[in-house]
Design a protein around this ligand. Structure first.
Ligand SMILES: [Ca+2]
Length: 470
């Protein structure tokens, strides 16, 4: 049962508003966590009872997206509310050029850190009197650009690293740097311990806990007893990797422990919880020749602008506001949380910093959001064989433009979530209009574009990605 000690029924809220405690925030971001990696989104192999319970007690977004198909740009969008294209932070750090030597295009060189001139959501909340902590993966810059340089009072385990050397101490020693554990300690558990310890210190002030887990990114390493649990379980829906299932199980336990801690502190009723991922699940063979997960029916996975790379589990519990078990079909993405949290906290935005995303407060209150366009720009070659591309979603339609060829694909997602039937030719008028809008947007935000690669060699260019067997 949820404790509701601080919960105010809406009819009484106006009268008691002066005494009502301020709203706290917990934002849980899972790394490389696929849309169908949760029980509530239909996995029959992975077990996520605590995440599913959170979904039942809050609002889920069926069309929730990450702002990018890889790590750092999505994290930058979360911190600033801005499009990664506008920030010139569209690749994962260190931002170096990972263009395969003989590819057709050469990717632009992007930023190597989130600039300090950006006003992060942590800074906005801190100005409002919030205590702020980042516990886990940062991936937005080196020392000088760490969470503590960007509005967080506390940084536990956040560095420029995109992944730990190992999930077991001392295997991860040095990466992430300065994070001590006990021998054999599991990183997901340690981050949860430290997050709960920090929460328990917050008594007199509102708080913002940012908990970006290093899991379930590679290395795929999990606790033995949990691997055994899934080894003996029947695989389902193309999901069959016991080690990965066990990693997810530990993340789910973390969510359960965070919720339980809030309940024990008596603040669950005035703490909003956000849960989502920085990009889709890894559907390629990125770990010891094993396919890590299946995003089916979604197409492909991390590193691509197809649905598998950007559609992610998305849920928000705002006690007293989101109706338990409610569902929003409005398309939303990472850029939206900045304006959302600021509005929920009653924290004014910085006059010099305008987020590109929208506040989701109307949706959280149960209303439809007005229709708008969502944009993605990934002018890079991903390790998962994604190619330079941009995309636009409006209503049920999605357009993808491939920057190497100028070729476009158009899908009606309400009928074709798997992006199997390209309607670009039959819906050419709509295609042209959406393409015009996408290109105008890129110009407006001064998006970086790839250049012609002088070393292009058709015989040696990267192979196209192959859809994994579901
Ligand atoms: Ca990621």
């Amino acid at each position: 049962m949820l404790t509701r000690r601080a919960f105010l029924p809406s009819a009484a809220a106006p009268l008691l508003a002066a005494q009502s405690p301020p709203l706290n925030f917990v934002f849980i971001l899972i790394d490389d966590y696929g849309w169908r990696d949760t029980g509530y989104n239909g996995s029959r192999y992975y077990e996520t009872p605590h995440i599913d319970a959170l979904a039942r007690s809050g609002m889920t977004f069926t069309n929730g997206y990450s702002a990018a198909p890889v790590c750092s740009p999505t994290r930058a969008a979360l911190m600033t509310g801005k499009w990664p294209a506008r920030l010139h932070l569209t690749a994962h750090l260190q931002g170096h050029d990972r263009t395969p030597p003989h590819a057709k295009l050469r990717a632009p060189v992007t930023r190597k850190e989130l600039p300090l001139s950006e006003v992060t959501i942590a800074e906005i909340l801190k100005r409002k009197g919030y205590a702020t902590a980042s516990v886990g993966k940062w991936h937005l810059g080196d020392p000088g650009f760490l969470p503590t340089d960007q509005g967080f009072d506390v940084n536990i385990g956040g560095t420029w690293d995109g992944s730990p050397k190992s999930f077991f101490y001392p295997g991860w020693e040095g990466k992430p740097a300065r994070l001590q554990g006990r021998d054999g300690e599991y990183l997901t558990d340690l981050l949860t311990d430290r997050a709960c310890d920090w929460l328990k210190q917050q008594r007199a002030n509102p708080f913002f806990l940012y908990l970006p887990h290093y899991a379930v990114h590679v290395p795929i390493e999990a606790k033995k007893e949990l691997i055994a649990r899934f080894d003996s379980k029947q695989p389902a829906g193309g999901q069959n990797f016991a080690d990965y299932a066990a990693m997810i199980y530990s993340v789910d336990e973390s969510v359960g422990r965070i919720v339980r801690t809030l309940e024990e502190m008596g603040v669950a009723g005035n703490t909003a919880i956000f849960f989502t991922a920085d990009n889709g699940g890894v559907s390629s063979r990125e770990w010891k020749q094993r396919q890590i997960t299946s995003n089916a029916p979604l197409r492909l996975g991390k590193g691509h602008l197809y649905e598998g790379g950007i559609r992610v589990p998305t849920l928000v519990r705002w006690p007293g506001v989101t109706k338990p078990g409610s569902v929003s079909h409005d398309p939303v993405y990472t850029c939206d949380y900045y304006a959302t949290m600021a509005e929920m906290a009653g924290a004014p935005l910085d006059s010099g910093h305008r987020p590109d995303g929208a506040s989701l407060v109307p949706a959280l209150r149960g209303r439809r959001m007005s229709e708008r366009s969502l944009y993605w720009h990934y002018p890079h070659y991903s390790p998962q064989l994604g190619r330079p591309s941009s995309a636009l979603r409006r209503g049920e339609w999605k357009l993808i433009e491939h920057l190497e060829t100028g070729q476009t694909e158009l899908y009606n997602l309400s009928q074709d979530i798997g992006e199997r039937t390209d309607l670009a030719a039959t819906e050419s008028k709509r295609r042209d209009a959406m393409l015009g809008e996408l290109q105008a947007w890129r110009k407006q935000v001064n998006a970086q574009m790839p250049a012609v690669n002088p070393d292009y060699d058709p015989a040696r260019e990267p192979k196209p990605a192959v859809e994994p067997v579901a």
